[in-house]
Design a protein around this ligand. Structure first.
Ligand code: ACO
Length: 277
């Protein structure tokens, strides 16, 4: 899958990793209605596409994403409620639902400015890494608003209450190191090393069994929303689903090869990552 440079989202696939780039650098990759529509389309295509096993989401140029396009979304659509609602739904859907329950592992690579609505991209991804130089901010309060749409829930999902309210109420910015310190991203690296570090993690995930990874994600994500009893029941059913999908290979190969002395799962992965390996 390749796309022209004029598109608001570009995709490149290399070594089983799809890099999805928000591509409005002149507008600091602010999310316009077209970008939302295109992102929804790209995620749908990559979901079923078999050459990529991992998604990395990043921004073109020096920004990750400056949040919603304040003009094209909030101002231009002000007098068009049906279109505002349509774009709002799609904008929320891909960040808060599609990404959250995506079957492939997703990684946010925050290379620069990350404001407001972009927090929901970072939170929706399974993992996130930032440049130390990146600037994060919940700028909504600075323009007399608040973290609306899915952003407040993203903050509630991931941040400690004091951090969420401090940054939402002051609108103060913070850098990559602080984002890692408060657990908003996994780690921060100098910008010059960011891509190399992220791709190393992406490659590590690309070597794992894809069905096992999907189960890791579902097990965690849905457990958060369930009672303990329901979560235990869900995990048992998930295990049976995994057994069926992998044709029992977690037991026959994964455990079997350990018991046969071929490898040590405590220290590394099975050499056969899955049915597509
Ligand atoms: N919406 C629409 N246009 C934007 C946005 C945005 N969120 N962010 C930047 N742009 C545009 C600017 O209007 C400008 O366009 P122009 O060149 O046609 O005049 C261009 O991008 C470059 O912006 P500058 O402000 O000139 O760039 P600078 O590097 O100095 O600053 C920064 C970048 C800090 C991101 C600044 O543009 C900014 O504060 N943007 C708004 C950030 C924000 O509050 N986002 C919304 C969060 S709330 C939410 O997502 C619901």
């Amino acid at each position: 899958m390749s796309k022209s440079e004029s598109d608001t989202v570009t995709v490149s696939i290399e070594n089983a990793v799809a890099t999805v780039t928000l591509n409005r650098p002149a507008k600091r990759n602010a999310m316009s209605p077209s970008l939302h529509l295109e992102m929804a389309e790209v995620l749908e295509k990559l979901r079923y596409e078999t050459t990529s096993r991992v998604l990395v989401i990043t921004g073109a140029g020096e920004s990750f994403c400056a949040g919603m396009d304040l003009k094209q979304f909030f101002v231009d659509l002000k007098d068009n409620p049906p279109e505002f609602d349509r774009i709002f739904r799609i904008a929320t859907e891909w960040r808060f639902r599609t990404l959250r329950y995506y079957p492939k592992p997703t990684i946010a690579m925050v290379n620069g400015y990350c404001f407001g609505g972009a927090f929901s991209i970072v939170e929706g991804c399974d993992l996130a890494f930032a440049a130390k130089e990146a600037t994060f901010g919940l700028s909504e309060v600075n323009f007399k608003h608040f973290p609306g749409g899915s952003v407040s829930k993203s903050l509630a999902n991931l941040l400690r209450p004091r951090d969420a309210l401090f940054y939402a109420m002051t609108g103060r910015t913070f850098k990559g190191d602080r984002a890692a310190e408060i657990g908003f991203v996994n780690a921060a690296y100098p910008l010059a090393d960011l891509k190399k570090e992220v791709m190393a993690v992406a490659q590590e995930l690309a070597q794992k069994d894809p069905d096992a990874l999907a189960a890791c994600k579902d097990g965690y994500r849905f457990s958060l929303e369930m009672s303990a009893e329901a979560a235990l029941n869900f995990a048992a059913a998930k295990s049976d689903q995994l057994t069926l999908r992998q044709k029992d290979s977690w037991r026959s190969e994964g455990i079997g090869d350990f018991l046969g002395g071929k490898y040590r799962p405590g220290l590394g992965g099975h050499e056969k990552a899955g049915p597509n390996a």
